[in-house]
Ligand binder design. Structure first.
Ligand SMILES: [Mg+2]
Length: 404
């Protein structure tokens, strides 16, 4: 594409010079200026595209979360009873706020983003600790106090000093929207879970549903590879979820989101291939895990089901309820591949089932938003979305942080 742009610019500059009657300008000068202009133009285009996809990922996650939150605890039959045979297809606005409210999934995603921003300039190994600090801030918003064990171990250090949190100044983030009990209990323990020392044996989806910013924070390069981004996704989930199937799916999600935003190992890589590549990287990262075959089989099945003619509800039921991380990811992979060019259809399919609708909606929204960009999300989803401006602002900070 850049060759075509160069040719166009070269012709424009040449005719400009001809009009000025400046025949003394040589072909070399014209080519040099055209190349410089093309580089600037392509960089600007790439940067705008990256920004749009980072915004799409965060807003998309929030849309799926807000659409699914009112039906999180409803069976499919109850959803159909309340919303008609197509299920919930539009926001159910909160009676008090008049908004499509976000739940703990998006609240924690924002705190992940803030922790990443606070980690700027620090060594890679210290990033998870900064996120842990940020999650302790989230804990305070939900419980109205610091973690009871905040004086112990890593929590003591993490809680000392200034909170350094703009998010803690946002009243909406103090509202409790069914915060996950595993996240709360892990953060109240005074311990920070990591890949070496499991904090518990939970594989609930509270880990994966908040880690998408791990893939947005840095453009993968030699200094910070895609594999390291995937590892970061797993590390962030492992802060509160210690079962391998609680954190390995988070690594896979980080990879899929990163490919959507920054591109894959080869041009034009599709979503199904990105999922395969993500699984290969996860296998390299966790070669000893006996849970990899189970995860790979479930995601293969999700990709396979995405191509059949059956109803979404039938396919999604086969993948599970989405309460545990590998099922959340499988449902999101299914919906994203099946509706890879239609954000609205993807998130609607993701929330209409008997399982954890807001989290399956959030993760599907993260993936489709990263791949289609904000431009691919219908305007109607932004109109009533709670904290829309804040979410966009955080996305732009992440974008600036990644240097685009
Ligand atoms: Mg939730």
């Amino acid at each position: 594409m850049s060759r075509e742009i160069t040719a166009k610019i070269t012709a424009e500059i040449a005719s400009e010079f001809a009009a000025e009657g400046t025949a003394k300008h040589t072909a070399e000068i014209i080519t040099e200026r055209a190349t410089k202009d093309t580089t600037e133009l392509v960089a600007k285009d790439t940067s705008a595209l990256t920004q749009d996809r980072i915004r799409g990922c965060l807003i998309g996650g929030a849309v799926g979360d807000a659409l699914g939150y009112p039906v999180e605890f409803l069976y499919y039959s109850q959803i159909i009873y309340h919303f008609g045979e197509k299920g919930i297809t539009e926001y159910e606005l909160d009676a008090q706020e008049g908004k499509a409210v976000i739940s703990d999934d998006t609240q924690m995603t924002l705190f992940t983003a803030e922790g990443l921003l606070n980690s700027a300039g620090k060594e890679t190994e210290k990033i998870p600790y900064e996120i842990y600090r940020s999650y302790l801030n989230w804990y305070q918003t939900q419980m109205g106090r610091q973690s009871p064990e905040s004086g112990k171990g890593k929590a003591s250090k993490a809680n000392s000093g200034k909170a350094n949190s703009r998010l803690m100044e946002i009243p909406e983030l103090y509202v409790c929207r069914a915060p996950g009990s595993t996240c709360l209990s892990a953060l109240s323990s005074g311990r920070m879970g990591d890949l070496e020392e499991s904090i518990n044996m939970s594989k609930g989806c509270g880990g994966i549903m908040r880690v998408a910013p791990a893939a947005l924070y840095r453009k993968p390069d030699e200094a910070f590879t895609k594999k390291e981004i995937d590892l970061l996704g797993a590390q962030l989930a492992a802060i509160t979820h210690g079962h391998p199937l609680g954190y390995i799916p988070a690594a896979v999600l980080a990879h899929i989101v990163s490919v959507g935003v920054y591109g894959g190992s080869r041009p034009g890589m599709g979503l199904a291939d990105a999922v395969k590549e993500a699984l290969e990287t996860a296998q390299e990262l966790f070669p000893e895990s006996g849970f990899m075959p189970k995860l790979a089989a479930l995601l293969d099945r999700a990709a396979e089901l995405a191509g059949n003619e059956k109803e979404d509800i039938e396919n999604i039921c086969e993948l599970g309820g989405g309460w545990v991380a590998e099922e959340t990811l499988a449902i999101a992979v299914y919906c994203s591949i099946r509706y890879c060019d239609d954000f609205s259809k993807g998130v609607i399919a993701a929330v209409n089932h008997s399982g954890d609708s807001d989290s399956t909606g959030a993760v599907t929204g993260n993936i489709l938003g990263a791949w289609l960009g904000l431009e691919g999300i219908e305007e109607k989803w932004l109109r009533d979305l709670e904290l829309r401006e804040l979410i966009l602002e955080m996305a732009d900070h992440l974008c600036t942080g990644c240097g685009c």
